[in-house]
Design a protein around this ligand. Structure first.
Ligand code: GDP
Length: 304
């Protein structure tokens, strides 16, 4: 139900455009396909993914000779479900915390303002509710507000946080956090990192250094790199995904702020284009407003 609400604007806008795209047409022809292409692109599905979907429908039309516009919903639904399945092999995507990797280290990346801190807070709450012991690390030392905000979430969720002063070395905070987590026998560590995208080389160097220092405490860390993207920014989210995937190995995506936007098509395009599973979606500001991504529910909700 929360998902339905979160996708409402995207859906309303999409189906209203789709309705106009097929108005007065009973058969899927080149005109309809052109219109459909526009609908998908303007819904932030992304150009590459849109073309892929259009090509597949074209192939179907060529094969079946006649495809009615009344079938378009069903066809689109199948195509989108298929695309999501290519990237999300599991029905329900969620970061799984294995028992034999303790602490399990999740490094969270993303530019400022996308909802990184909020997502970390919601995730900490989620893991804690599962009975796991969580430690947060405030390695976004560039802004005082980032450290303060993470502290607010640590208090709200009631989990320990490791922090230093603003301006201190992010790698040093990460090191301290992992050391503390080992001492406390924690299950999960979530590390917040600075979201500056000033230039690719700096970003890469910074993330690489944080990783290298963390590996001095726990080998093969981080186990996950979660990239947080603001779903309401459409094409910017694609651009950020491009930058971050070049700078580091991203293993999971969280797409926030799907409530209140008509640009929810990014979920489909980004997961397809970057072949990284969307594991969480943010549908509000509250502590419970982080949903585990379920590809079937997503498609159901979208085409309901
Ligand atoms: P950060 O700079 O990336 O750490 O961003 P914050 O976590 O501080 O979030 C920025 C703003 O976005 C805050 O006002 C959050 O409450 C809001 N926010 C985060 N996630 C969501 C979401 O899923 N939905 C909505 N509506 N707001 C969100």
């Amino acid at each position: 139900e929360t998902l339905d609400k979160g996708l409402e604007k995207t859906k309303t806008s999409f189906f209203s455009k789709l309705g106009k795209a097929v108005a007065g047409k009973s058969k899927v022809d080149d005109d309809v396909l052109d219109n459909l292409e526009e609908v998908l692109v303007s819904s932030d599905v992304g150009v590459d993914t849109t073309l892929k979907i259009i090509e597949r429908i074209e192939a179907r039309v060529a094969r079946d000779k006649y495809v009615g516009t009344d079938e378009l919903n069903t066809i689109l639904r199948a195509e989108i479900a298929g695309l999501l399945s290519e990237t999300n092999d599991k029905d329900v995507s969620e970061i799984q915390i294995p028992k034999d990797k303790k602490p399990y280290v999740i490094m969270v990346v993303g530019v400022n303002g996308v909802g990184k801190t909020t997502t970390i807070g919601k995730l900490a709450h989620r893991f804690k509710s599962q009975g796991l012991k969580v430690v947060l690390g405030a390695a976004d030392t560039f802004r005082a507000a980032a450290i303060d905000q993470l502290q607010v979430w640590a208090d709200r969720v009631d989990v320990p946080i490791v922090k230093q002063q603003m301006g201190s070395d992010p790698a040093s905070v990460a090191f301290d956090t992992l050391s503390s987590a080992v001492t406390q026998d924690a299950d999960v560590v979530i590390i917040d990192t600075a979201g500056r995208l000033h230039n690719k080389v700096n970003l890469m160097n910074e993330l690489t250094k944080v990783k290298r220092v963390m590996q001095k405490v726990v080998e093969d860390t981080p186990h996950e790199v979660l990239l947080v993207l603001d779903g309401s920014t459409g094409q910017n989210a694609f651009e950020q995904a491009k930058q971050f995937t070049k700078a580091t190995e991203v293993t999971a995506l969280a797409i926030t702020k799907l409530d209140g936007t008509a640009k929810g098509g990014v979920v489909i395009g980004i997961s397809d284009q970057f072949k990284i599973p969307v594991k969480y979606i943010g549908v509000g500001e509250g502590i419970e407003d982080l949903q585990v991504f379920n590809k079937h529910e997503f498609v159901d909700s979208f085409f309901k």
